[in-house]
Design a protein around this ligand. Structure first.
Ligand code: AGP
Length: 607
């Protein structure tokens, strides 16, 4: 998705903008550009493709100056070519703008401006912003921004330069992330703090409707009606190493390896003496204890954690859980009211469909619990209760530690609810906590000893299609495993509930088709095993993901990935970590761009 950086200070802006855009590169983009205020006014350099192309452009264009804005674009309206690339200018060059989001009413505005003789150059929705600014401008930039933002519908984070104000960057935000950060005699705007950690850790997150006037030594914040607001800066505890590879070949591998420590961190935060205490949920405790149903809504992998969570919450607490893909939830008519808590799960906290689902839930008075990894993100700020997953910045597009920490959070919620409702005894809760406590050390051994998994990645890396099958919590693992393989190695794959395969899909199984059968749930081993045999009978090559306890049951000739024993309810965690490793080595073996898979963006901030 599009990302923004802006700099104003005493140093040259271009290297800082390029560095900042580089730190955000992992989020996915297809063109990039900068605009810098220099002696000759505002000069732009833009190019298709990766930042290295833009860097070359900046070497042959005079983009010197100490005030500038930069952008990486993930095309939505118009091809990813140089003309559509940001920054965009108004017809007479008075305004230059970078934008993240979608201007939903751009067509109406554009038609109106065309009637008034305004000439457009690009196919983008964004271009209406500088054009409309110039149209309304009568010497007061803030007033023009107020008028324009009042007229826009959709989402925007905007960085704005005005040719009449060489020492100011303006910014505005609605529904797309934007922060303002403060340094020594220099200030920044950025889509997120990781872009500028090289320079400062002091920042504030803008709220919807906020408008900013940024000079090198001052920051002024206004609401949508231009009333000045107080600014509360905070200091992030992230350091640069959190957004660097630290010796790992890929961010994904680094993040896979961070999982034991991250899930342990969450466990330690909420469990002591065999009891689970989640103070963040206390204000909803009456509602949670008395509700009959909880909705869990998310996209992609976050949705998959909700499926694993559903099995465990229902089993432990006897509260029904309805899981929904956010983009579907928002367009159906779920029965929502003050008695139906809604859990929104999102690593980034900025996924457009998940935000829309959250807002819909709130409109119907449903209490919202956000499971989120980014402090200050939209879902973090708009949820009634926030469960912060503390995984640290996740750079690889394919989520790993984000998933593991969300899953751990679901396990903790399930135990918390069971404790509140008395559906498990104190002794049972303590036993489950003891099991949970073993996850970090088991996960640590798993991520450090990958040979048994790499062997299969190597053997099957040229396969055209994988099937992942499992039942119950193993099915949740199958869904996430399938997505991991698809997104980073571009190999087609399907996840099926094992028992469902024979209702049609088994027709696709041919000689040599690799089928990964999840059997770590010991209670369902025999069932899972018969489904594995069914596909072998049709020529499939099966790899069973099995716990040590059942390892001996796997017949000669079947592949196997053996996991340390863990109770059935939590087996998804180790299964998925094993499959992250499996997918990683397939992608590596195929020379794929593991951290930045094609067509994907880290956080999907458009519908
Ligand atoms: C998973 O590897 C993907 N990156 C994707 O499915 C992701 O989980 C989804 O887009 C949701 O993102 P979020 O957790 O930031 O809301």
């Amino acid at each position: 998705m599009c990302r923004i950086v802006g700099y104003i200070g005493y140093n040259q802006a271009t290297p800082i903008l390029l560095n900042g855009l580089g730190r955000l590169e992992y989020r996915g983009y297809d063109s990039a550009g900068v605009a810098v205020f220099g002696d000759k006014g505002i000069v732009k350099a833009r190019s298709e493709g990766k930042l290295v192309n833009l860097k070359k452009k900046t070497e042959s264009t005079d983009v010197s100056g100490t005030v500038g804005i930069g952008h990486t674009r993930w095309a939505t309206h118009g091809e990813p070519n140089e003309t559509n690339c940001h920054p965009h200018s108004s017809m007479n060059g008075k305004f230059v703008v970078v934008h993240n989001g979608i201007i939903e009413n751009y067509d109406v505005i554009k038609k109106q401006l065309l009637k008034n003789g305004v000439k457009f150059l690009s196919e983008t929705d964004t271009e209406v912003v500088p054009q409309l600014l110039e149209y309304y401008y009568d010497g007061d930039v803030l007033e023009a921004i107020r008028k324009v933002t009042n007229e826009l519908t959709g989402s925007y984070a905007l960085g704005i330069l005005c040719a009449d104000c060489p020492d100011i960057i303006f910014a505005a935000r609605k529904s797309s992330p934007l922060i303002v950060a403060k340094g020594e005699n220099e200030n920044f705007i950025a889509s997120d703090i990781s872009a500028i950690l090289d320079y400062t850790k002091t920042y504030t997150t803008l709220n919807d409707g906020d408008i900013v006037e940024l000079k090198k030594d001052s920051v002024k914040l206004f609401d949508k009606d231009l009333n000045e607001k107080e600014i509360n800066f905070t200091v992030t505890d992230l350091d640069l190493s959190a957004v660097m590879k630290n010796g790992y070949e890929h961010f994904m591998l680094k993040e896979i390896n961070e999982q034991p420590e991250k899930v342990k961190g969450l466990f330690d935060s909420y469990v002591s003496d065999g009891k689970v205490d989640i103070p963040e949920l206390e204000k909803l405790s009456d509602c949670l204890e008395n509700c009959e149903k909880i909705y869990a809504v998310a996209c992609g992998s976050a949705y998959h954690t909700s499926i694993a969570g559903k099995y465990v919450i229902e089993q432990f607490s006897r509260i029904g859980v309805e899981t929904d893909i956010a983009s579907e939830f928002r367009y159906r008519s779920p029965i929502l009211n003050e008695k139906t808590p809604v859990i929104i799960i999102s690593q980034s906290g900025e996924t457009a469909d998940s935000i829309a689902a959250l807002r819909m839930a709130k409109e119907h008075s449903a209490p919202v619990i956000g499971i989120v990894n980014v402090v200050g993100s939209t879902i973090y700020r708009e949820s009634d209760c926030v469960l912060y997953t503390k995984a640290g910045p996740e750079i690889a597009v394919a989520t790993t530690k984000g998933y593991a920490t969300q899953l751990m959070m679901f396990y903790l919620i399930a135990l918390y609810l069971a404790q509140k409702k008395g559906t498990l005894t104190a002794q049972e809760i303590a036993q489950y906590c003891a099991e949970l406590e073993t996850i970090p050390e088991k996960a640590e051994r798993l991520v450090k000893n990958t040979a048994q998994i790499e062997k299969y990645s190597d053997r099957y890396k040229s396969s055209k299609n994988f099937f992942f099958i499992g039942r119950n919590t193993d099915y949740a693992a199958a869904m996430e495993a399938s997505l991991k393989v698809k997104e980073i190695s571009y190999i087609s794959s399907d996840a099926y509930a094992s028992g469902e395969l024979k209702h049609g899909t088994i027709a696709l199984i041919d000689k040599g088709t690799p089928v990964i059968s999840f059997c770590a749930n010991k209670r369902l081993f025999d069932k899972a095993w018969s489904n594995a045999e069914e596909v072998v009978a049709r020529g499939a090559e099966v790899i069973c993901v099995v716990s040590q306890k059942d390892e001996e049951k796997i017949k000669e000739g079947y592949g196997k990935i053996v996991l340390e024993d863990i109770c059935d309810e939590f087996s998804t965690m180790l299964e998925v970590i094993a499959m992250q490793i499996f997918a990683y080595y397939i992608a590596k073996g195929n020379g794929c761009d593991i951290d930045k898979p094609k067509n994907l963006a880290k956080s999907v901030t458009v519908e």
